[in-house]
Design a protein around this ligand. Structure first.
Ligand SMILES: [Cu+2]
Length: 69
């Protein structure tokens, strides 16, 4: 299992949190997604077939592109 720690600058409220957690949580292989609104951070645990690049692509597609950190 791998863990991704990302900053999502577009996260501003609880609805953003729910959207990211729902959409990323639906990716095959993603085990858990926790978004913290206050610091715009996302912690994502995943295993195959999910990939770092694939998860970042989904985030960008739903309007929350990660900032390289
Ligand atoms: Cu929001």
């Amino acid at each position: 299992m791998d863990t991704l720690n990302l900053t999502l600058p577009a996260v501003t409220c609880g609805h953003c949190k729910m959207s990211v957690e729902r959409e990323v949580g639906a990716v095959d292989g993603v085990v858990s997604v926790v978004v913290t609104v206050e610091n715009k951070r996302a912690v994502i645990e995943y295993a195959g077939p999910a990939t770092n690049d694939g998860i970042e692509t989904v985030l960008t597609e739903i309007g929350y592109p990660p900032k390289d950190a």
